[in-house]
Design a protein around this ligand. Structure first.
Ligand code: GDP
Length: 418
């Protein structure tokens, strides 16, 4: 058996949740292999209810699926407990029967979040979600981290001490540190029955013929190695990163589906070559705050920067991930640009046209997009829509097999060739 991989190709928020949600129905096991509570998927359930998922894989809304938080994820027990409560209150059953957490996933401690909040409040702010991810990742690479297996071999007192000492060392007052440490220790222990060797579990499942879906969090533009460093996340968001973060091997890669949205958006610092300069068009593109598909962060509520489709950046994401096919979401939102929209087909750097994106932020800051204009349309099956889609396919040399036509679960059009 082979696994299907779904990865974001831009800056996150491409609508991966919806694509994974759709694919989950046909898979038995849904695995996350990177990121933590800093990721956010919004799923629109039957009946229009929305559900924000952060650490829990999107397969949870279907009964009878095995969901796995893999070894490459950062596990925040306090936030996960909140998420389980919220999901359960929305009528979705969560138990160790349908959710497993890797023993090797690194635990987000209260001190990691406190450090993140401190940095975001000061001069070094990077626009993070304050979920503590950069700090838990640093401890991991310093080889000083605590992994989920601590819930199985440490007592409440020991867990409390780890959390409390960290906070006090940072300068947190003892009573506040005590409250946070108590919550941390209790929630971590409560989740201990979910914690297993997920690499063993994944291989057992794939070897017994189960269909595996690997759900990438964040996206290529935020990848620690390939993104616009330091305006990145701390995870490997590529297919290679997901292999390592799940324990699957390269021979088990079936299909790689890259998700991109027709109206790319970006939060946090760093260059955004195709950002929409016109304030009015940018506002229109962002949509009305509060609408499920408007461009405001699912986790933070921050307004996102919005831009035109950038094929130069997308091509690199396709190459590095080995993407087989594209799911292009929010095609219905292109009309927000007005009568025409644009696609960047090259960048101009120091008077030269280039089709390969520079890796340095200094060079990127100097890049001007070279656009090709397209008419927008009202009907998704119009000739204008087809021209737009075929142009992208030709440029990227891979097919667009799914297009998003609205926020709901069923607002998805499967493209078949004639
Ligand atoms: P993710 O992190 O990549 O899963 O993306 P988010 O969940 O943050 O953002 C996706 C949002 O866009 C959700 O509210 C979806 O319901 C919505 N969405 C996804 N695909 C489409 C689409 O094709 N059209 C519209 N209008 N909204 C979409």
């Amino acid at each position: 058996m082979k696994a299907t991989f779904v990865v974001g190709l831009q800056y996150g928020d491409e609508g991966k949740g919806k694509i994974v949600d759709l694919l989950a129905e046909k898979h038995d096991v849904i695995v996350r292999g990177n990121g933590g509570s800093n990721a956010g998927h919004t799923i629109v359930l039957k009946g229009g209810k929305t559900l924000a998922l952060h650490q829990i894989p999107s397969g949870i809304t279907y009964g009878g699926k095995q969901n796995i938080i893999g070894n490459g994820c950062f596990f925040d027990p306090v936030k996960l407990a909140e998420e389980i409560k919220n999901v359960t209150e929305n009528g979705v059953n969560v138990s160790p029967k349908n959710l497993a957490i890797s023993k090797a996933a690194h635990i987000v401690l209260p001190v990691h979040k406190a450090k993140d909040a401190l940095r975001e409040g000061g001069v070094g702010a990077q626009g993070s979600t304050k979920a503590g991810i950069a700090f838990v990742a640093s401890d991991k690479y310093l080889r000083e981290g605590i992994r989920a297996e601590a819930a199985l071999n440490k007592s409440e007192k020991e867990l409390y001490k780890i959390a409390h000492d960290g906070l006090v060392e940072l300068g947190e007052a003892k009573p506040q540190a005590a409250v946070q440490a108590t919550e941390f220790a209790l929630e971590t222990l409560k989740l201990s029955e979910y914690i297993v060797d997920t690499v063993e579990l994944i291989h057992q499942q794939i070897n017994s013929g189960k269909e595996i879906l690997v759900e990438g969090a964040q996206a290529f533009g935020l990848d620690i190695n390939h993104g616009k460093y330091p305006f990145t996340t701390s995870s490997d968001t590529t297919v290679a990163g997901l292999l390592s973060g799940t324990g699957l091997n390269y021979k088990q890669i079936g299909k790689v589906i890259g998700v991109a949205k027709a109206i790319p958006s970006k939060v946090g610092g760093g260059n955004f070559v195709t950002a929409i300069g016109d304030k009015k068009i940018a506002e229109q593109t962002r949509g009305e705050k509060g609408r499920v598909d408007s461009e405001f962060g699912a986790t933070t509520g921050r307004p996102r920067g919005v831009g035109y489709l950038d094929l130069v950046a997308l091509k690199r994401a396709v190459e590095v991930n080995g993407v087989d096919e594209i799911a292009l979401t929010k095609l219905d939102c292109l009309i927000r640009h007005g009568k025409t929209t644009k696609i960047a087909v090259a960048y101009k750097l120091d008077g030269q046209e280039i089709e390969s994106p520079p890796t340095s932020n200094e060079e990127l800051a100097k890049c001007q997009p070279v656009y090709r204009a397209f008419s927008t349309w009202k009907e998704n099956d119009s000739a204008e829509a087809e021209e737009y889609l075929e142009f992208i396919e030709k440029y990227l040399k891979i097919p667009i097999t799914m297009i998003g036509t609205g926020p709901g679960r069923n607002d998805l059009f499967i493209r078949t060739r004639t």
